[in-house]
Ligand binder design. Structure first.
Ligand SMILES: NC(=O)c1ccc[n+]([C@@H]2O[C@H](COP(=O)([O-])OP(=O)(O)OC[C@H]3O[C@@H](n4cnc5c(N)ncnc54)[C@H](O)[C@@H]3O)[C@@H](O)[C@H]2O)c1
Length: 276
């Protein structure tokens, strides 16, 4: 059955998802497709990207895209319009951890690549989404930031900087685009079981079970976050239910950024109900 005929919260919509071949992007492609959207899986990784498109079937296609190349991102937006008549949702989600280590040993070439993928790539996605969304006076742009962009000390330096940059960029773009009916919002996923975290905390990018076990040790609630948790938030922001939601930064992080602690003042450690 064609996606639009299946109904769902995104019935009839067309969504491009960068970084769509793996992790959060792949989870979102699956959910969007299940909710009736036609999805363009945009990624550098051809094998997993094509396999996912094949698994999803009609209404899903892989479009090889390097977000550091403006011509690729422009072609992605154009393909959505030419093939499907519109681009309704642009999920700027492709990202890399990039430059690691102490600031005084930062390799500038690594920093440049981190900025090119994680911030310039998002800007490029916003630019070409806006180009095709503004004339239709409709569209939803979603971009993936990180807790590292909100608080210090939870990610690499350059990664933290560019993830903070996404928050500033999205708010600025939201302010411009709201008069065209185009929304721009940010999702802040906590530590999610994916190839990215598996490469850092487990036995390599493919070791998702190892990542799940490692992240279980640092979880904020009863289980680690999974791509489907982030996809559910992206679904809301992409859907018409969020018609007047723009300029927001939505953490899906089990309270990592918004609820640190718990504070000893709030856990019954002190017997007096008030401190005078
Ligand atoms: N996993 C986490 O804990 C976590 C937490 C916060 C934010 N994020 C962010 O979520 C996003 C997705 O990460 P993930 O955990 O799903 O990782 P992932 O490694 O599973 O997926 C990232 C995808 O981006 C693709 N990609 C990388 N460079 C690209 C480029 N130049 N052009 C196109 N595609 C490119 C990769 O091929 C990969 O398929 C990233 O922006 C990441 O920074 C992840």
């Amino acid at each position: 059955m064609r996606p639009a005929e299946r109904g769902g919260r995104l019935a009839g919509k067309v969504a491009a998802i960068t970084g769509g071949a793996s992790g959060i992007g792949a989870g979102t492609a699956r959910r969007f497709h299940a909710e009736g959207a036609r999805v363009l899986i945009a990624d550098l990784q051809e094998g997993p990207g094509r396999a996912l498109a094949e698994e999803l079937g009609e209404g899903a296609e892989f479009v090889r895209t390097d977000v550091t190349r403006e011509e690729d991102v422009a072609a992605l937006a154009d393909r959505a319009v030419e093939r499907h008549g519109a681009l309704d949702v642009m999920f700027n989600n492709a990202g890399i951890m990039g430059a690691l280590g102490p600031v005084d040993r930062t390799r500038m070439a690594d920093a440049d690549l981190t900025i090119a993928v994680n911030l310039r790539g998002v800007l490029c996605g916003m630019k070409h989404a806006a180009r095709v969304m503004k004339p239709r006076r409709s569209g939803a742009i979603i971009s993936t930031s990180s807790p590292a962009g909100i608080v210090g000390g939870v990610g690499p330096h350059v990664y933290s900087a560019v993830k903070a940059g996404i928050v500033g960029l999205s708010g600025s773009v939201a302010a411009e685009l709201r008069r065209y009916g185009v929304r721009s919002n940010v999702i802040v996923p906590g530590a999610v079981v994916s190839a990215m975290t598996a490469g850092l905390v487990a036995g390599g990018a493919a070791d998702l079970a190892g990542a799940e076990a490692a992240l279980d040790g640092t979880k904020y609630m009863d289980r680690p976050l999974r791509p489907a948790d982030v996809a559910a938030a992206a679904l809301y922001l992409a859907s018409d239910e969020a018609a007047l939601v723009t300029g927001v930064v939505l953490p899906v992080d089990a309270g990592m950024t918004g609820a640190g602690g718990p504070s000893p003042f709030a856990t019954g450690k002190y017997e007096e109900p008030t401190f005078k």
